[in-house]
Write a protein that binds this ligand. Structure first.
Ligand code: 6PG
Length: 469
C-alpha cells in the first residue's frame, strides 16, 4: 500500500512529526537530503518502521505517496523552503499539495501561496508548536492556506495534534500566511511569558537571596494555581535540577545570554507595522538582545557599580510576585490578541480569536489553564480588549496593585523588569481617559502645522503659536 502523506526533512521536528504520523494516522513516506539519515531514522523507528517508507530521491518519495498527494516540508525556514518547493514542482501533479510546517515568516508564506496559486498548486503554511516532545506526542497546529486543501489533510493533523478535553488542537486560521502569522504571535507571547517569569526569578534570586531549588519550589506551587502553565512547570523543574558533575543547581551554571531564532523579533516588527502595541513582547525581545551583550553589561557594572538589587526584608512577598505575574500575563495576552485582531482587519483575514485561544490550550509552548478562560472571554466578545472582559478585569483589579508594588520595588533596587514594567504602563495608559498626547499634538502643530482636534468642538484647528512663539 502507498503512503498517505510524505515528509521532507528529518531534523528534530521532522523526525518526531514523522513518527507521530506513522503512529496515529497514515503510513508516511520520508526523504532527507542526506540519505544515511533517512535509513538511520527508519532503522531506529522500531515497530513503527512498517508504517514508514524510506525514500532516497524526491522521485521515489512522490511515487510512494497515494495521489492526490500531500507532502510536508520540515526544513529550515527561509530560502531552503523555496528550493524544496522548486525541486518538487516538476515532480508533482495537479491536485498535489505542499505543506510548509516550519517556522516560516508569514510574509514568505503569503508570497508562496500566491506563487502556488498561480501555478495551480495547493500550498499550506502550518505553524507547529510544542518542541520535539510536542511534535512526537501532540503539537498545537495553526494552519493557513486554501480551506479545501486544509479540509483534505485535516484528519491527519487532527489525529496527531494535542487534545484539550478531547478536542484536537489543530485549526485552520485563514488564507495564505494566516497560520504562520498566528504561530509568530504565539512565539512573541512565548518570549514575553518567558521574560516575565525570568524577571520574578531575578527578584527571588537577587532581591530575596533564594537558591535555584527554592525558586523552583515556588514555581511548582504557582503551577497549582492561576499560573498553571507549561512554562511555569518547566521553570519549576529547571530550578530543582542539579548538575550531575558538580551537584550544583544547573540553573546557576548556565550562561546568561539568551539565544533567539527570530520569530519573537518578527512579532515585534510586525506589531510596529500594524500600529499594534505589544510592549511586553517588544521588551522581551529587547531583553534577549541586551542579555546577549554580556561584555557591555560587565563594563557597565565596572563603571556604575552593581545596583543594590537586595530588597529590604518584607518589601515584597512571594504572593506579590505571583500576583504581579498573573497581572503581567493578562496584559501580555491582551496585547497579543489585539495585535491578531488588527492583523485580521489589515490583511483581510477573519482570524478566529476564540479558536486561537483554544488551539493554544494544549500542545504548544504557551499552553496554560488561563487560555481556556481567554477562549471564553473572546467568544463572548472577540473585539474587546481582553483586559476588559469580566473575568480578566476582575482579576486585574485584584492583582494590579501587586504588579505596581513589584515593579516599584524592583526599580528602587535596580532589579530590571522590562516586560512587567512595560505591561504595567500599558495597563495604566489603557485605563486613563485623558492622556498626555494633547501636548504631542500641540508640539506637532507647533513645528509642522499638523493641526489638532479640540475637546470642546469638532473640526481641525491650529494653535496661536505665531503670536506666542
Ligand atoms: C514552539 C517554539 C519553537 C521555537 C523555539 C525556539 O512553539 O515550539 O516556539 O517553534 O522555534 O522555541 O525559539 P527561539 O530560538 O526564537 O527562542
Amino acid at each position: 500500500a502507498k503512503a498517505g502523506i510524505g515528509l521532507i526533512g528529518l531534523g528534530t521536528m521532522g523526525s518526531n512529526l514523522a513518527l507521530n504520523i506513522a503512529e496515529n494516522s497514515v503510513p508516511v513516506a520520508i526523504f532527507n537530503r542526506t540519505t544515511e539519515t533517512t535509513h538511520e531514522f527508519a532503522r531506529a523507528a522500531g515497530p513503527l518502521a512498517k508504517r514508514i517508507v524510506a525514500c532516497e530521491t524526491l522521485e521515489q518519495l512522490v511515487a510512494a505517496i497515494e495521489p492526490p498527494r500531500a507532502i510536508i516540508l520540515m526544513v529550515p525556514a527561509g530560502p531552503v523552503v523555496d528550493e524544496q518547493v522548486a525541486a518538487l514542482r516538476p515532480l508533482i501533479e495537479d491536485g498535489d499539495m505542499i505543506i510548509d510546517a516550519g517556522n516560516a515568516n508569514f510574509h514568505d508564506t503569503n508570497r508562496r501561496a500566491v506563487e502556488a496559486a498561480t501555478n495551480g498548486e495547493l500550498f499550506l503554511g502550518i505553524g507547529v508548536s510544542g518542541g520535539a516532545e510536542g511534535a512526537r506526542h501532540g503539537p498545537s497546529i495553526m494552519a493557513g492556506g486554501p480551506r479545501e486543501a486544509w479540509d483534505r489533510v485535516a484528519p491527519i493533523f487532527e489525529a496527531i495534534a494535542a487534545r484539550y478535553e478531547g478536542t484536537p488542537c489543530a485549526t485552520w486560521m485563514g488564507e495564505g500566511g494566516a497560520g504562520h502569522f498566528v504561530k509568530t504571535v504565539h512565539n512573541g507571547i512565548e518570549y514575553a511569558d518567558m521574560q516575565m517569569i525570568a524577571e520574578v526569578y531575578g527578584v527571588m534570586r537577587d532581591g530575596m537571596g533564594m537558591s535555584a531549588p527554592q525558586c523552583g519550589q515556588v514555581f511548582a506551587r504557582w503551577n497549582e494555581g492561576l499560573l498553571k502553565s507549561y512554562l511555569v512547570e518547566i521553570s519549576a523543574r529547571i530550578g530543582e535540577a542539579s548538575d550531575p558533575e558538580t551537584g550544583n543547581p544547573v540553573l546557576d551554571i548556565i550562561a546568561d545570554r539568551a539565544g533567539q531564532k527570530g520569530t519573537g523579533r518578527w512579532t515585534a516588527i510586525e506589531a510596529q507595522h500594524l500600529a499594534a502595541p505589544v510592549t511586553a513582547i517588544e521588551a522581551a525581545v529587547a531583553a534577549r538582545n541586551m542579555s546577549a551583550a554580556s561584555e557591555v553589561r560587565a563594563e557597565g557594572e565596572r563603571i556604575f557599580g552593581a545596583a543594590p538589587r537586595v530588597l529590604e526584608n518584607g518589601a515584597l512577598s512571594i504572593d506579590d510576585l505571583e500576583a504581579a505575574l498573573i497581572a503581567g500575563k493578562i496584559v501580555c495576552y491582551a496585547q497579543g490578541f489585539t495585535m491578531i485582531a488588527r492583523a485580521s482587519a489589515e490583511f483581510g483575514w477573519a482570524l478566529p480569536l476564540p479558536d486561537i485561544a483554544r488551539v493554544w490550550r494544549a500542545g504548544c509552548i504557551i499552553r496554560s489553564s488561563m487560555l481556556n478562560d481567554m477562549a471564553t472571554a473572546l467568544e463572548a466578545n472577540p473585539d474587546r480588549n481582553l483586559m476588559f472582559a469580566d473575568f480578566f478585569s476582575y482579576l486585574l483589579k485584584a492583582k494590579h496593585p501587586a504588579l505596581r508594588t513589584t515593579v516599584a520595588a524592583a526599580a528602587q533596587n535596580g532589579l530590571p523588569m522590562p516586560a512587567l514594567t512595560a505591561g504595567l504602563a500599558y495597563f495604566d495608559i489603557m485605563r486613563t481617559e485623558r492622556s498626555t498626547a494633547n501636548l504631542i499634538q500641540a508640539q506637532r502643530d507647533f513645528f509642522g502645522a499638523h493641526g489638532f482636534e479640540r475637546i470642546d468642538r469638532p473640526g481641525q484647528y491650529h494653535g496661536p503659536w505665531g503670536a506666542s512663539g
